[in-house]
Ligand binder design. Structure first.
Ligand SMILES: [Zn+2]
Length: 149
């Protein structure tokens, strides 16, 4: 008895210059965005009546995360550095305008695009925590130091 090897039928020829038609990716992204916005609106409404969603449930979730669409990461102005404890890494980052700006988020570096010596005259003040320098807005009553993420 002879055995035959089945081969798949040939693929249809590709049309040069046109991407394959698939709306799945964009549709999924739109659905995720709408659901995220709706759930954020619900969370913020609950927080208005005193039901908070921060990590310790004592304050707004906006102390823990950025509101949708406002993340510095999405705007490519923030970068989380795993080696943030290495002073050499922090030095390289600052040399290129990146500074730690959120005391409660150690790996988070924000692109300020300035030399460190110029930060004070641009409305920032330094705060040292565990040997690391954070640059925060120089405003009175800054109880929760750090820029929005
Ligand atoms: Zn970050």
């Amino acid at each position: 008895m002879a055995s035959t090897i089945q081969t798949p039928p040939p693929s249809p020829p590709m049309r040069p210059g046109r991407p394959p038609r698939s709306f799945a990716g964009p549709v999924v992204l739109i659905i995720i965005g709408v659901l995220g916005l709706l759930s954020t609106m619900g969370v913020l409404e609950l927080e208005q009546v005193g039901i908070y969603f921060s990590k310790d449930l004592s304050k707004s979730i906006l102390y823990s995360i950025a509101a949708p669409g406002t993340s510095q990461h999405i705007a490519m102005l923030a970068f989380d550095v795993n080696e943030f404890e290495d002073s050499r890494v922090r030095e390289i980052m600052s040399k290129h305008g990146w500074f730690q700006t959120v005391v409660s988020d150690l790996p988070h570096f924000t692109y300020l695009g300035l030399k460190e010596k110029d930060l004070p005259k641009n409305g920032l003040r330094s705060v040292e925590v565990n040997g690391q320098v954070f640059w925060i807005p120089n405003v009175a009553g800054n109880l929760h130091p750090g820029l929005d993420k």
